[in-house]
Write a protein that binds this ligand. Structure first.
Ligand code: NAG
Ligand code: NAG
Ligand code: NAG
Ligand code: NAG
Length: 480
């Protein structure tokens, strides 16, 4: 029996807020890794674990490769590679590619690494190359690809304006506001542009439906006539609808755009849900052939739908899951969850990972008894003590009118569990929908080394130890 063994385990840990400071994200951390072969335990994830004393390692083979699937298409500005601390020469000749193809060679070359010293980090500029995959490979026979760390820095590639909703101060004929976000720069037929009437302070507004950090706005001017009409237009970004959003901070003022051209305006991460264009003054017309908005969502998604729901008791078939079925449940019954009448009824969502939660949206029933929700508490945290109902409180719901959805801002509280509980006797907790908006705290890999009295080379013993470790860590909100 061996008394001292190393055991490597993979588990989730709290990660830094990559997006919070306006930096580009290391998109690799979001991604799924793979490689052509795995030598011993040197898994492809080791290139993302933030540790310099671990590295990926393929077998000796022809054309070994390592790949990260960023899950979405990014514009990659740069790739950083940290070489392993020994045998660093093996990386010589490695090629970095970016693109949307699973077949390595169809992707575009960003750079070739001629040589990199042992343990050294180098940055390769990819100038905004677009792709979902970043691949490192070494062409040739009898090669080993071994990487200590990889970073892929860039931005989501898409124009977010197309998912928004546009409106404007007035509409000239059929030059609707939406035509500025129809993905058509509108230069063939001038009917694919938006236009207001001739009026005082004409404006156009885009609602991105969520708060974004906006990198740049691209405006395309008309080419049929009168390009000078755009002169003096202000681009404003923010969250306020005061004065129709036209009082939000200015990103840029457009001095002029030549007919039919598209000009970029850098907004360097200004935050806002609304993007307005307004031309201050009398007798102005605002015509826009296309407005594109690039950036990233701060808290993009209702993550509740990926979770697992449970509740203290179930009334008939009003199961806990019905509160996370993406259906606010107001048409038919039962599309809501409900407990029985009981003391302290509760409902719990397990997000399966630790999130930084910006807000929780609760939709109340509209069939009857809307007041039953009154006094419900929203708790967020990582503990399952008292079924999760002892976690910190984000908000208490005084009341929600029948059938309405109310937002509760949780200001980035962290947790894996979201509970709703109504304290008191003879209460019923009915929820037609619970939405949770936030961001996963990044997963990372942690290696643990510890003394063990059991033989960890025995697979069944090892499995058992991992299980125990997993459950201890799970209690603390970690996920193995
Ligand atoms: C395009 O604009 C010009 C000038 O404003 C106008 O004369 C013409 O009728 C327009 N064409 C269409 C198809 O709306
Ligand atoms: C403007 O943005 C487009 C699209 O992202 C890009 O191709 C172009 O190079 C940019 N032009 C300038 C001047 O920044
Ligand atoms: C708006 O109408 C006035 C009065 O007819 C005219 O003088 C002005 O040029 C028009 N503005 C534009 C941008 O066409
Ligand atoms: C609540 O959140 C929803 C969904 O993101 C949004 O459409 C709505 O404007 C928000 N309402 C308030 C009052 O914040």
């Amino acid at each position: 029996m061996k008394h001292f063994k190393c055991l490597w385990i993979l588990l989730g840990v709290l990660w830094i807020e990559v997006m919070a400071n306006g930096q580009e994200e290391n998109a690799a951390l979001w991604g799924k890794t793979s490689q052509s072969s795995i030598y011993l335990d040197s898994v492809p994830e080791f290139a993302l674990d933030g540790l310099l004393n671990s590295w990926t390692h393929t077998n000796t083979e022809t054309d070994p490769w390592w790949r990260v699937d960023l899950l979405k298409v990014y514009r990659v500005n740069r790739v950083t590679i940290t070489n392993r601390p020994t045998h660093g020469w093996r990386i010589n000749g490695a090629v970095i590619r970016i693109g949307n193809f699973l077949d390595i060679y169809n992707n575009t070359v960003c750079a070739t690494i001629s040589t990199l010293a042992d343990g050294a980090t180098d940055t390769f500029s990819c100038g905004g190359m677009k792709g979902r995959y970043m691949i490192v490979h070494i062409p040739g026979d009898q090669k080993i690809l071994s990487l200590s760390e990889i970073g892929v820095y860039g931005y989501l590639a898409g124009n977010m304006a197309v998912d928004g909703a546009a409106t404007q101060s007035s509409t000239f004929m059929s030059w609707f506001a939406e035509k500025a976000i129809d993905s058509n720069r509108g230069l063939q037929k001038n009917t694919s542009c938006s236009s207001t009437l001739n009026e005082t302070n004409p404006w156009w507004r885009l609602d991105l439906r969520d708060v974004y950090k906006i990198r740049k706005v691209v405006v395309t001017n008309r080419n049929d006539c009168c390009p000078e009409q755009i002169n003096g237009a202000e681009i404003r970004i923010g969250n306020s609808l005061e004065n129709n959003g036209n009082d939000n901070p200015i990103c840029a003022v457009i001095p002029a755009i030549p007919a039919g051209e598209s000009y970029n305006y850098s907004c360097s991460g200004m935050e806002g849900r609304y993007v307005n264009l307004i031309i201050p003054g009398d007798m102005k017309i605002l015509t826009l052939c296309e407005v594109e908005v690039y950036g990233q969502a701060l808290f993009p998604r209702n993550v509740a739908v990926d979770g697992a729901a449970t509740q203290s008791s179930v009334y008939m078939d009003w199961f806990a899951e019905k509160a996370i079925d993406s259906n606010r449940g107001l048409q038919q019954y039962p599309l809501c969850s409900s407990t029985n009448h009981e003391t302290n009824p509760w409902w719990r969502l397990d997000l399966r990972d630790v999130y930084k939660i910006s807000k929780v949206v609760v939709t109340n029933r509209n069939d009857c008894c809307a007041e039953q929700i009154n006094g419900a508490e929203i708790h967020i945290g990582n503990s399952l003590e008292n079924n999760g109902n002892d976690n910190p409180i984000c908000a208490v719901i005084p009341a929600i009118p029948a059938g309405e959805s109310y937002n509760y801002s949780c200001g980035g509280m962290e947790g894996r569990y979201v509970n709703l509980i109504i304290p008191g006797d003879m209460k019923i907790l009915t929820l037609c929908e619970v939405e949770v908006y936030g961001q996963v705290l990044k997963r990372s890999f942690v290696k643990m080394q510890f003394n063990s009295r059991v033989d960890l080379t025995d697979p069944s013993v090892r499995e058992n130890v991992l299980k125990q470790l997993g459950s201890v860590l799970a209690d603390r909100g970690f996920k193995t």
